[in-house]
Structure formats: C-alpha cells, structure tokens
Write a protein that binds this ligand. Structure first.
Ligand code: SAH
Length: 254
C-alpha cells in the first residue's frame, strides 16, 4: 500500500497553489477540488469563475467541500499570483513563440521532489475549458507545463489535467528527505509582484535611454521576460539590477 499521512503531505504541498482561469462549468471546479484533496493538496484560487459558488460544484466536489469553501477568488490573474515566486501555465497547445517547458513530472520533481525548494511559492495556472490560456497570460509564467499525451488529441478535461499534475506532485513528495529542504542562506526568490515592478522599470529604462522603439515594445519585452523568467531572480539580484536601471536613467538625464 502506498500512501502518506495527510498531515505531512498537506504541509509539504502547502507552497503550491492551483489557479483556475475563468472556469465556465462550476462542476469542473468541484471536480478539481476533489482531485486536489485526493492528492493532499488544498490551496485553490479561482480567477473570475463564471458561476461560483454553485450546487454543481458542491456535488462534484463530493466530500472536498472544505477546499471549495476555502477557495480564494480574484478578479485578475496577476492578483491571484502576486505572492508566488514561480508560475507555471498548464497548456496542451503548441504556441507560435516557444516558452520554456516542463512536463508534469519534471515540475513535480523540481518543486515537490528531492530537488524542490519547499519554501518557493508556486502557482500552477489552468486555462478555460473552451479556449485555454491566452499568450498574455503565459507572459506571466516562468514555464509552460505540459502533460505528455496523444499528440492527435492532447486536450484533457480541466479536472483530469489537475488530477494528473496533483498526482505527480503527490508522488514526488514521497521521495524527499527532510535534510534537503531549502538553502537557508539564499535570498528568497522575487515574487510575481516584485517581478512586475521590475519589468515596468526595465521597460521605462530602455525607453528612457532610447533603446526601445514604440512599435517593438511588445515583442522585445516578451523576449526580455523570457530571459529573466528563465533565471529565476532572487530579491537581492533584483535590487542590484534595479539599481543599475536607476543609475542608467539618471546618467541619461545628465
Ligand atoms: N480547448 C482548450 C483546452 C482546454 S482544457 C485550448 O484550446 O487550449 C482546460 C485546461 O486544462 C487547459 O487550459 C490546460 O490548463 C489544461 N490542460 C488540458 N490538457 C492539457 C495538457 N495535455 N497539458 C497541460 N495542460 C492541459
């Protein structure tokens, strides 16, 4: 028999938030709550759900109502992930611009397994039933998370997708030893809110020094975001870079 005590696994996975974007069918929200509770996860965030709360959600949750009643509701994705340091966007679709990708298993190993930094707050964002996640929402993500499956039929039902990802996270927790938790000397990773301010400052700086042409802003900023998302800045590094921006802006004025 393979199972974990709910107390330890709950604690271990409490750094991971499941975020659902504008879900249309409340039944899916209930099924997600159930999928999460089976895998000892409990942090559910809903961005502008179409209908919630709802009897359909409660009935599909079937005993996981505690997760529904604790679910936090937000008006925007950026608010829902503001306190998170790593954001993954789950998507079945191929994109015209390539994002760094992790499979569900790689994500679990990185953020819940042996190598996982348990102090890192992670958001895993799932898209709408009919249209998934938009590119500007993936711009907020460090990685695209993919569940490997039949390439001719790759879109899972929302709750099924959450089930697979939660399962991988749950299994990954079983491989960890307490002694590997965190690097106590390291500065914490920057939160999404701090990164947001960082990007605003970066954009302003390259505009001030005349590097950025208005018609190129979106594509240049998207590529810069990809670079900085790839390296996962901590707060100290972010302070240094913002210091350089300030210096460049002042120098340019002179
Ligand atoms: N029709 C939508 C897919 C909706 S499925 C589209 O065109 O994108 C609902 C959500 O489940 C997706 O947005 C995604 O977050 C998740 N999902 C479904 N299949 C997935 C897969 N193979 N890998 C990763 N996430 C998946």
């Amino acid at each position: 028999m393979f199972y974990f005590s709910s107390v330890s696994v709950n604690l271990v996975l409490s750094h991971i938030k499941i975020v659902l974007m504008e879900t249309s069918h409340p039944g899916n929200i209930g099924a997600v709550a159930r999928a999460m509770k089976n895998m000892a996860m409990s942090n559910l965030r809903l961005v502008s759900p179409k209908i919630f709360p709802s009897a359909d959600a409660t009935s599909r949750a079937s005993g996981a109502n505690d997760i529904l009643s604790k679910a936090e509701i937000y008006d925007s994705l950026s608010d829902a992930i503001a306190d998170c340091q790593i954001v993954l966007g789950a998507s079945a679709r191929d994109r015209t611009i390539s994002w760094p990708e992790l499979t569900a298993r790689e994500c679990a190993e990185k953020y819940a397994g042996l190598e996982g930094a348990l102090t890192t707050k992670v958001a895993i964002v799932f898209g709408r039933e009919n249209s998934g996640l938009k590119n500007h929402e993936l711009d907020l993500c460090h990685y695209l998370l993919r569940i490997p499956c039949n390439s001719d039929y790759s879109s899972l039902n929302l709750a099924a997708a959450v089930q697979v990802v939660s399962y991988e996270l749950f299994i990954a927790t079983g491989q960890r030893e307490e002694s590997t938790i965190g690097d106590k000397d390291a500065d914490p990773l920057a939160s999404q809110k701090q990164m947001d301010l960082f990007y605003q400052h970066l954009q302003q700086t390259i505009a001030d020094i005349g590097f950025l042409h208005a018609d190129k802003t979106q594509s240049v900023m998207r590529r810069l975001r990809r670079i900085f998302n790839r390296i996962e800045l901590d707060t100290k590094e972010l302070d240094i870079l913002r210091g350089i921006f300030r210096y460049s802006q002042n120098h340019n004025k002179k």
